[in-house]
Structure formats: C-alpha cells, structure tokens
Design a protein around this ligand. Structure first.
Ligand code: S3P
Length: 190
C-alpha cells in the first residue's frame, strides 16, 4: 500500500510586502513543495501588457500600471485557490487591497530595508528604484506603506530567516487557520 499526501488550499494565499521581501521566491518554493498552483501578478501584468514593467511605467505611467495590476489580481483571485505573489505596491491601492483582503489570506513578508536591498539582484527591473539612493527609497516606502501592510492576516518577520524556516512559518500559519489541509489518499500498489 502506498500513501499519497495532497495538500489542499481552501482559499488563495497572497504574499504582500516591499520589493525584495522574497514574495516570488517563497511563493514558488511553497507552491513547488506542496504541488499547489502559483501566480506572480507582475509576470501576469507583463503577459497582459506585452511590455516590461519599466516600459509600462515609462510609456503609460504608474496609474495605468496600478489599473492593470488591480484587474490582473482580481482575475487571478476569481479562479480556484492559488498562491499569489503580488507587486510591492498592490496592497497600498485601496481597491486592490480590498480585493486581496476579501478574496485571499494575506501574508506580509516583513524585512528591514537593508535586508530587502541585499536580497535584490536586479534593480533595473524596478522603476521605483531606478532613480536616487535605493536604500533611502526603500526606507521611505517602508515608512509610508507599513500601516497598510500591517493589515495583513499574517505577518512573517523574514530578517535573518532562511527560506526553509519562512516556509515552515507560512505552512503552520495556514494550517492553524484551516486554510491548508492535508488530504490523504491510500492507493494500492500495482
Ligand atoms: C512595485 C513593486 C514591483 C512592481 C513594480 C512596483 C512597488 O514588484 O510591481 O515595480 O510599488 O513596490 P516587486 O515587489 O515584486 O518587486
């Protein structure tokens, strides 16, 4: 006899937080480990617009970007439960925040600006960090956005926390809320 363990999500789970928080990395890791669907809202925006995020900001402006972001997130959360990595500003826009809060369990991956910067290998793909001192910009964004991120359902402090530990915290928070359930199926071996 062989036991298969399948994890089921009862609701979508949205990772929120500043650039460099590890939302995509942790989201992919989580989804792969538990065989659950994963979506990255930035990737979906690029697919929908057919151009890169810096190009959307440059050609159409941030407002247009936020508009596409809101529609993309709404569409993703209409479907069956997924783990969703959101862009750092998504939860700051009231309409998008409402959609995320109503349609998913929100997880803030918190970290200090120094940690965020040290985790980022590509600043060129992030229009908000293209000008000026990136550490100062991240510090200012952190101060401005904290009051929104604090409204998340779960907060995980990721400073000095290896990805495997962050994953364990995420899994345990979701099990505690009954959002992640284990479905055991027993199969006869051929
Ligand atoms: C943004 C974060 C980016 C991307 C866009 C705007 C923000 O996503 O959505 O550049 O406002 O913080 P990541 O947080 O995935 O880098």
């Amino acid at each position: 006899m062989k036991q298969n363990q399948n994890y089921l999500l009862s609701h979508s789970v949205a990772l929120i937080g500043l650039m460099g928080a590890g939302k995509s990395t942790l989201g992919r890791y989580f989804a792969r480990s538990l065989s659950i669907d994963f979506k990255d809202s930035d990737d979906e925006i690029v697919k929908r617009a057919g151009i890169s995020i810096p190009d959307i900001f440059e050609l159409s402006g941030e407002e247009k970007f936020r508009d596409i972001e809101q529609r993309v997130i709404e569409d993703i959360l209409q479907g069956s439960p997924v783990i969703l990595s959101t862009g750092g500003g998504a939860f700051i826009v009231p309409k998008t925040r409402n959609i995320l809060s109503n349609k998913s369990v929100t997880i803030w991956l918190r970290a200090e600006p120094e940690t965020l910067l040290s985790r980022m290998d590509n600043l060129h793909n992030r229009p908000l960090l293209a000008k000026g001192d990136p550490l100062l910009t991240l510090t200012n964004l952190s101060n401005e956005r904290k009051r929104y991120y604090e409204q998340a359902d779960v907060i995980i402090d990721t400073d000095n926390l290896p990805a495997a530990h962050a994953l364990r915290e995420l899994v345990s928070a979701l099990k505690d809320r009954n959002v992640l359930k284990l479905e055991k199926s027993v199969q006869k071996e051929l």
